[in-house]
Ligand binder design. Structure first.
Ligand code: CP
Length: 329
């Protein structure tokens, strides 16, 4: 079954085929009937603007039908544990997914990190439980550690901007200040997309906020990846600056300590002055973004900004992803 859990557990040729198809979809902008008769069911356990709308449109533009559900809001609340169901939740996830599998040809699910149980989040315990209950392909629409839909859109944005000539380009994934400790799904995925692209990848973060060490090692084994702990040194000469906030492993092991450290790191922001030190570099962010906290509004309004193109590529990438999961590529 063609699940999309993460890209790195799939063959490289699948990544290449979906990427090429995403670029094709942006160029052609055609609506097809290739997935006519297919039905996509989506469950959003967490909020979304881009993923929800672009997935619905992706299905429509392929001739398919989609339904969006927000568990507990118009559906029963779902229980996940193996325990007598005496609480508010009236339906177990196994029945819910089992039933939906009999109606739909693929299921999309958004299940953010708990930010409390590191091992369970890293093992994608909830996503795995969801997949185990499904008899149809499951698309990860952002899980605890990975966001493959964003990852493909980011790769397509980079391929589009540089015309496929990515070798030797300096890609900086920069940690950014944020009032909250955010999950690591997007930075993990952005790091892997950049590593896979052949660019010179710089992971820039305070020493307190390194990503999971095994994931950084996996990125290093995939491409040319280095780590620096100085934002100015990282951005100087960059071709791409991708900003993202995350709490990191410390947010799980000692959230109070992480919050205290983070409060002192507000200078980790992508400013116009920092962008002026790039090699005519572009700015990327997955959105939503906090203006004048993560990045200067001037940068978002400048000709360097590519965050809206990234968001647009969510649609094209997800059309290609649905074609992949339905065996239509
Ligand atoms: N980048 C992203 O996934 O956006 P949403 O959370 O709005 O879906």
């Amino acid at each position: 079954m063609n699940h999309l859990k993460t890209w790195h557990d799939l063959p490289r040729r699948t990544w290449d085929a979906v990427l090429e198809r995403a670029l094709h979809h942006r160029k052609s902008r055609e609506w097809t009937e290739g997935a006519r008769g297919k039905n996509l069911g989506m469950l959003f356990f967490n909020p979304s603007l881009r993923t929800r709308t672009s997935m619905e449109l992706a299905a429509t533009q392929l001739g398919a039908h989609s339904t969006t559900l927000v568990p507990g809001q118009g559906t029963w609340g779902f229980a996940w544990d193996d325990a007598p169901m005496l609480g508010e939740e009236a339906e177990h996830i196994e029945e819910a997914v089992g039933v939906l599998s009999r109606y739909y040809d693929a299921l999309g699910v958004r299940l953010f990190a708990s930010l409390t149980d590191y091992d369970a989040d890293k093992a994608e315990a909830r996503l795995e439980q969801f997949i185990a209950a499904s008899s149809v392909p499951v698309v990860n629409m952002e899980s605890a550690f990975w966001h493959p839909c964003q990852e493909m859109a980011d790769a397509a944005t980079l391929a589009d901007h540089f015309g496929g000539d990515l070798a030797g380009k300096r890609f900086v994934l920069s940690w950014a200040f944020h009032p909250k400790a955010l999950p690591m799904a997007v930075p993990n995925s952005a790091l892997m997309a950049a590593a896979r692209s052949g660019m010179d990848v710089v992971l820039a973060c305070p020493e307190s906020h390194l990503l999971d060490e095994e994931i950084v090692s996996m990125a290093k084994a995939t491409g040319n990846v280095s780590v620096v702990h100085d934002i100015d040194e990282a951005i100087d000469g960059a071709d791409v600056v991708y900003a993202k906030a995350w709490g990191g492993p410390l947010a799980y092991s000692d959230s109070d300590h992480e919050a205290r450290i983070r409060k002192e790191l507000s200078r980790w922001r992508v400013t116009s002055a920092r962008m002026a030190t790039t090699r005519d570099g572009i700015f990327m962010h997955c959105l939503p973004v906090r203006r004048d906290v993560v990045v200067d509004s001037d940068v978002l309004r400048s000709s360097a900004a590519r965050h809206l193109l990234q968001a647009e590529y969510r649609l094209h990438a997800q059309k290609a992803i649905l074609e992949y999961v339905w065996g239509l590529l």
